[in-house]
Design a protein. Sequence first.
Length: 317
Amino acid sequence: MNSEFELFPEAASKAAGSVDALFIFMVALSLVMSVLIAAMLLYFAIKYRRGTAVNRDQEPTSITTELTWIAAMLPVLLFIFFWGAKVCFELLKVPEGAMPINVVAKQWMWKFQHPDGRREIDVLHVPVGRPVALTMISQDVIHSFFVPAFRVKQDVLPGRYTTLWFEAAKPGNYRLYCAEYCGTNHSKMVGRIVALSQEDFAKWLAGENMADTSPISAGERLFGQLQCASCHERMQGPNRAPSLAGIFGKTTPLADGSTAVIDEEYLRESILRPAAKVVAGFQPIMPPYEGQIGEEHLLELIAYIKSLETPEDGAAL
Ligand code: CUA
């Protein structure tokens, strides 16, 4: 990777091959069609040029020709559609056991946090051969996380989590771009992904840079500081607020009669604007934390809540 300018970036992720195959197929098909059209254009231009003795009467359009043309093209387009959908689903479905990384974007930098708490800015170290799942949010405007060598791109939005996953296929340094115009220094909002072999990654993790506390323990500390436990009793029992143990991923009935799935998005909203979706059987007494907790701390609180298991699971709380 000596050249600054890359016409076709190297393929360095597990998904790159299937994205490239589809892309090359579509380019090839477009080329064939373009050449065909250009050749016919040239042929007719010469044949019907001024002064040639040819029949210039227009023949009525034949319905058979039209139908044949449509019938021939439909399977080709459907083939591209299903192929594209297959690749798209592969890119969207996060594999089980992926390494979770929190990403907070802001003007104009990328902040990363590893499961062990280690933080990085504009550089993300990942192991080769292991899927990495990013949970991303923006602190200000819309950004877009784009790693050409991995063939992945995803908008990073304020107020909403988006996810993206990739699996680096070979060690190296890969460029990370912000692909959404986000203000004056948008063009400088670049970084790199450093893919290390599993061994080197383990070494890097054990390296000298001090690991911060993990998101889970940081979340636990915040949970204490904000005195969440005064209402959200960890053990069950009648209380002013729902127990948080083992709730992640469950569906809960709401006071308005509807239901909600408890995911990252729901937890985030319920911390910032608790009155938006009140759990059935409880009063909307929790104070809103909007403007008081930053995105990084929200991710830590959510990591902590996700880690809480139900008492029946035998986990000590
Ligand atoms: Cu962030 Cu452009």
